[in-house]
Design a protein around this ligand. Structure first.
Ligand code: GDP
Ligand code: MG
Length: 163
């Protein structure tokens, strides 16, 4: 089954997005063959497609490495294991050097489809904040609010197109 991995700097809402996409089906799959075990896995079903979703957040907390080293390792591993990468950013804070750095690491790795997920667009009045994220250099950019469940259907449609 295809693997979709959520990466991004701390606090952009990766785990919130994970929980939103998993929905009531909170079944955590802890024995996915062929991938690193030390992560949070879930299974998502959407319009006849299904895929494993990975939240990479847990690794950072357990990693003794400096924060960026830990994240880069995570991202490189995610690139190897995943069919689609969700690069999440905080649309309301805007891009930071960490987002740029993560995007650069992704670009330098083997090509995999990347969707930039611009989170925390809780209300229509924030929607124009999505455009800044095109600056990361990826074509696929989707604005969402993990907490308020905005843009989630469009995101899932797009993910499934790339599987
Ligand atoms: P992670 O570190 O990337 O996994 O981020 P978390 O999912 O733990 O969320 C970090 C913070 O951002 C928490 O306080 C969340 O409640 C908040 N957050 C996550 N998604 C949204 C959202 O869509 N809108 C708003 N306003 N806050 C959010
Ligand atoms: Mg997290």
């Amino acid at each position: 089954m295809a693997i979709v991995t959520i990466v991004g700097r701390p606090n952009v809402g990766k785990s919130s997005l994970f929980n939103r996409l998993i929905g009531e089906r909170r079944a955590i799959v802890d024995d996915v063959p062929g991938v690193t075990r030390d992560r949070l896995y879930g299974q998502v079903e959407w319009r006849g497609n299904s895929f494993y979703l990975v939240d990479t957040g847990g690794l950072l907390l357990r990693d003794e490495d400096p924060i960026m080293e830990g994240m880069k390792g995570q991202i490189v591993q995610a690139m190897e294991e995943s069919d689609v990468i969700l690069l999440s950013v905080d649309g309301r804070e805007g891009l930071t050097w960490m987002d740029e750095d993560i995007a650069m690491v992704i670009r330098k790795s083997a090509p995999k489809p990347v969707i930039v997920v611009v989170n925390k667009l809780d209300d229509m009045k924030f929607d124009e904040l999505v455009y800044e994220a095109y600056g990361l250099g990826f074509q696929d950019v989707v604005g969402i609010s993990a907490i308020h469940a905005r843009g989630i259907d469009d995101l899932l449609d797009r993910v499934c197109e790339l599987l």
